[in-house]
Design a protein around this ligand. Structure first.
Ligand SMILES: [Zn+2]
Length: 281
C-alpha cells in the first residue's frame, strides 16, 4: 500500500512541473493577453414630481480584453485606429409589486495599435454595460389635478374638481385611462410624460361637454387628421390621433396645451373647435 501511494505522488509532482514549465515559456509571447472586469454600482432614493419615492440604481460593468495578434504583413508605419458602437434598449415592467423601468446601454470600443516594421499588433476591446433601473414599489395614491396637469385650462381644472373627479397614480398597471365614470388613472412612470396627462384631460373635456363624437367634430377629424402630424411633438402621437374621433379629440387637446401655435396654424378647424368647447365650460 505505502509503495503504491508514493508512486502516485511522484507522478503528480512530475505533472505539476511540466504544466508550470508550459505556462512559463508561453508568457513572454502573450505579454498583453488578458481580460479584466470592473463593476461599479450605486443606488439613490429620489422623489419624482408627485413626491413619490423611487430608487434609481446604476450598474456599470466594464470588461477589457487585450490581445497581441499577428498580421500577414509587417506594418509600414506606426498607427492606431479605433471604432465605437453604442446600443440602448428600454424595457418597462408592471406587476403587483410595482413598476420598474430598465435602460441598458452597451458601449463597445475596439482599438488596434500597429508598430512600424512589426507584424504583431495590439488589439483592445472594451465593453461597458450600463444598466439604469428605476423602481417604484406598489403604490396607489390620489393626486390633485394641479399636480398632474398644471397647464390645463383653469375652467377645465375647476370642472374636474367640481364633479368630484379623481386622479391617482397606480404603479401596478401599464395603462392610463378614463374609467369608472370620471376617474382618471395615471401610471407613475407616465406622470413625467406630461402629454399623457393632457391627453387624459382631453378625454375629460370631450366627455364632459359631449363634443367628441358630434357630426361637426367627425367632419373636422376627417378633414384635418392628415395635417395633425405637424401639430404634435412626435410621430407616435400623430399616428395615435388618427385612431378615431375620440382619440383625435384627446390628442388635439394635448396639442392645444403643449403645441398651441402649431395646432392653430396646421389644424385651424380643430383648434377653434377645442377652444369653443373650453368656452362652454
Ligand atoms: Zn386616449
Amino acid at each position: 500500500m505505502r509503495k503504491a501511494i508514493k508512486k502516485t505522488l511522484g507522478f503528480i509532482t512530475v505533472m505539476v512541473m511540466v504544466l508550470s514549465l508550459g505556462v512559463g515559456s508561453a508568457a513572454p509571447m502573450e505579454a498583453y493577453a488578458g481580460t479584466t472586469t470592473n463593476t461599479e454600482e450605486s443606488t439613490k432614493t429620489k422623489k419624482d414630481k408627485a413626491k413619490i419615492k423611487y430608487t434609481y440604481t446604476v450598474k456599470k460593468v466594464t470588461k477589457k480584453t487585450t490581445k497581441t495578434k499577428e498580421a500577414k504583413k509587417k506594418a509600414s508605419s506606426s498607427y492606431e485606429k479605433s471604432s465605437t458602437k453604442t446600443k440602448t434598449t428600454n424595457q418597462s415592467y408592471y406587476s403587483s409589486s410595482g413598476y420598474k423601468h430598465v435602460e441598458k446601454e452597451v458601449k463597445t470600443v475596439e482599438k488596434w495599435k500597429y508598430t512600424k516594421g512589426k507584424k504583431k499588433y495590439k488589439y483592445t476591446k472594451t465593453v461597458t454595460t450600463t444598466t439604469r433601473t428605476t423602481k417604484y414599489s406598489a403604490l396607489q395614491k390620489e393626486i390633485t389635478v394641479d399636480e398632474f396637469a398644471p397647464k390645463a385650462d383653469s375652467k377645465l381644472k375647476a370642472k374636474f374638481k367640481a364633479v368630484g373627479a379623481k386622479a391617482s397614480i397606480d404603479t401596478t398597471i401599464s395603462y392610463d385611462g378614463l374609467g369608472g365614470g370620471l376617474r382618471v388613472t395615471l401610471v407613475n412612470g407616465n406622470l413625467v410624460d406630461t402629454r399623457t396627462a393632457y391627453h387624459e384631460m382631453g378625454h375629460f373635456l370631450g366627455s364632459t361637454t359631449n363634443s367628441d363624437a358630434t357630426t361637426e367634430w367627425k367632419n373636422i377629424f376627417n378633414s384635418e387628421k392628415g395635417k395633425f402630424r405637424n401639430a404634435t411633438d412626435s410621430d407616435y402621437n400623430a399616428k395615435y390621433a388618427k385612431s378615431n374621433c375620440y382619440e383625435y379629440f384627446a390628442c388635439a387637446y394635448a396639442s392645444y396645451v403643449l403645441n398651441n401655435s402649431k395646432l392653430k396654424s396646421n389644424c385651424p378647424k380643430t383648434y377653434n373647435y377645442i377652444k369653443a368647447q373650453l368656452n362652454k365650460l
